[in-house]
Design a protein around this ligand. Structure first.
Ligand SMILES: Cc1cc2nc3c(=O)[nH]c(=O)nc-3n(C[C@H](O)[C@H](O)[C@H](O)COP(=O)(O)O)c2cc1C
Length: 258
């Protein structure tokens, strides 16, 4: 199975078998990122695995799992989007190896050995003790027409990208993003959080926008068309209903290959 196929089958796994994983796989997790599609390769990141028995997590909505991986990042412009984009690729990679995972957005670390980088997200993982997959029709997601505003024509490439984006997981499945589609661009917007819990929700929404981007970048790679992530100054100040601008995907290949 490819990571692209995993987009259409994955689900959060919350029940795990208490089995050891192959040390080579754990090593691949801790060194993940070298070959991945990354939107900001200049941002330093680090993965650190810990065990349930380390008792290194606090906070609500925790899932009990044999392994967790924390993603640390340098704090720079777009670091949250970049982190979401990378971690979702790790989640899909694990899926292709028969390993389930679940984001732990409510949790934080009790102890951190890092001094230069900040912990951004924790993800539980391990061999699943429940189905790893589901059918495409079992995804509970908003319809595309509720997520997308279209200006001009809407080609097959855009549809492929947006279908994969639509299935992206989000904190409590809120799907806090919208898309404005023009002839050769998809602009991504994330929901403006309410006043209460503003910083936490904004962090989740930006991280989530990175997850969405990863689904689109993997789709582009799989279907052999070129896209480029950009942040356009002309859109930065634009408000779109109650959403703020995250970035845009420029579709470089206009031919309808798909
Ligand atoms: C940023 C983020 C944070 C999340 N935090 C938690 C969490 O703390 N605990 C949990 O059980 N699930 C968490 N989830 C999983 C979501 O609840 C799940 O992705 C969503 O309900 C959609 O279900 P699915 O992943 O099975 O498609 C999180 C997901 C994301 C993307």
């Amino acid at each position: 199975m490819t990571r692209y196929e995993a987009i259409f089958r994955r689900k959060s796994v919350r029940k795990y078998r208490w089995e050891e994983l192959d040390p080579r796989l754990l090593d691949a997790v801790e060194h993940f990122g070298g070959d991945e599609t990354c939107i900001c390769p200049d941002i330093a990141v680090r993965w650190k695995i810990f065990r349930y028995s380390d008792r290194n997590m606090k906070g609500p909505f925790q899932v009990k799992a044999p392994y967790y991986v924390a993603l640390y990042s340098e704090v720079k412009e777009n670091y949250l989007v970049n982190a979401g984009c990378l971690m979702e690729q790790l989640s899909l990679y694990l899926h292709t190896k028969g390993i389930g995972s679940c984001y732990q957005g409510g949790a934080s670390l009790r102890r951190s050995e890092e001094t230069e980088l900040v912990p951004v997200m924790i993800m539980a993982f391990g061999r699943p003790a429940e189905p790893l997959e589901r059918n495409r029709e079992d995804f509970r997601r908003l319809e595309l027409k509720k997520l997308v505003k279209i200006h001009g024509t809407f080609g097959k490439i855009q549809r492929k990208l947006l279908e994969a984006a639509r299935l992206a997981p989000s904190a409590i499945n809120l799907q806090p993003w919208r898309f404005v589609v023009t002839e050769n661009r998809i602009h991504i917007f994330a929901s403006k959080p309410a006043h209460i819990g503003y910083q936490f929700r904004k962090t989740m929404n930006l991280f989530g926008a990175g997850i969405v981007l990863s689904h689109m970048l993997i789709t582009a790679e799989e279907l052999w068309f070129d896209v480029e992530y950009q942040k356009l100054d002309s859109i930065l100040e634009k408000d779109f209903q109650n959403y703020f601008y995250v970035g845009s995907l420029l579709i470089l290949d206009e031919s309808e290959k798909v």
